[in-house]
Design a protein. Sequence first.
Length: 241
Amino acid sequence: MGNMSSHDRPGGGHRLFDDEENALATCEAALQWLQRYRDAHGGVFPERIFNALIRLRPSCSPEVIVHKLVDGEAFFWLTLRAVDEADPFNGMWHYTGSVDRCGDYLIGGIRRVLQRELCGGKLESCRHVASIYPVCSRRSDILSLLFLCTVAREPSSAEEGRWFSAREAMSLAPLRKGLDGIIPSHLFGLSLCLRALGLPHDCPCIEPSPAGARVKGDNGFCQEIVLVDAIDAELASSFAP
């Protein structure tokens, strides 16, 4: 049987092949440009370019959740997000994290957070407590791996930061800008850390769902968050974001 010609392929194969080759060449040129740009700017991208890149595909991020215990009460170090105004979470409290890069294996991201966002803080303890996937995030689809940590000295940050008691943290409003607002998935992340510490973790804005949790806020806001440890056959068969 003779070979099928490119003109006989479904969808006009010859034209499609040409388009794919052009697309690959364009992507390769763009990657080379981005690498040169990154290297010329200290190994980082400006916020707008970074946000554009992570919208192309899901990413994962180690989240460094610094805490301390004082007389049996938990306190969390949170910073007020101060980035590009186009970022949907700008002006909300959050814990620090870093999107995983090639060769990081999560460990590099944890070190980068300590160096760049916690001003060289030294880890005393670090343990993975949970992995969560905020569904249809306003920024990007990011699998967040939560690491509950302590540091050797008082943390500091380039962004405004301070200690929140567990009660204060659990009273922050999801997706509200200003000093009483927090990134929704981070509110749920803090509740998981409190559960891991064996401390009360109830929050009126968080309710259980088949996937893990729903975080509710002002003006009818509601976000589903997948708790990775809770994925089973039933959820995998039935879940629809």
